[in-house]
Design a protein around this ligand. Structure first.
Ligand SMILES: [Zn+2]
Length: 98
């Protein structure tokens, strides 16, 4: 785990503090009567624990973390997709979608 400074992935104007945990392998011991004890490994996901919502654009901690993990979105592209969906008669609300 390390403390990192990140730029808000939405507005890019503010510096936010986050605790970054890289992905790693974690051992998990399981006991079963059939095969005795067994150690399996699984890979955890990398994660960012953002310390505060963005004071500039008001995005929540959850939204920022999601954007950091999934990569920066292209707002113009997203807008076009939304417009297309609206034309198709779908009322797509991004705010409540997440
Ligand atoms: Zn922001």
């Amino acid at each position: 785990m390390e403390n990192v400074k990140i730029n808000c992935p939405f507005c890019g104007k503010t510096t936010l503090f986050a605790i970054y945990t890289p992905s790693f392998f974690q051992a998990h011991r399981s006991h079963s009567s059939a095969s005795g004890s067994k150690t399996t490994y699984f890979k955890t996901k990398k994660k960012y624990e953002v310390q505060s919502p963005c004071p500039n654009c008001g995005k929540s901690v959850k939204e920022i973390q999601k954007a950091l993990i999934e990569g920066k979105k292209d707002p113009e592209k997203e807008k076009k997709i939304l417009e297309r969906l609206k034309k198709q008669g779908l009322d797509f609300n991004v705010q409540t979608k997440f």
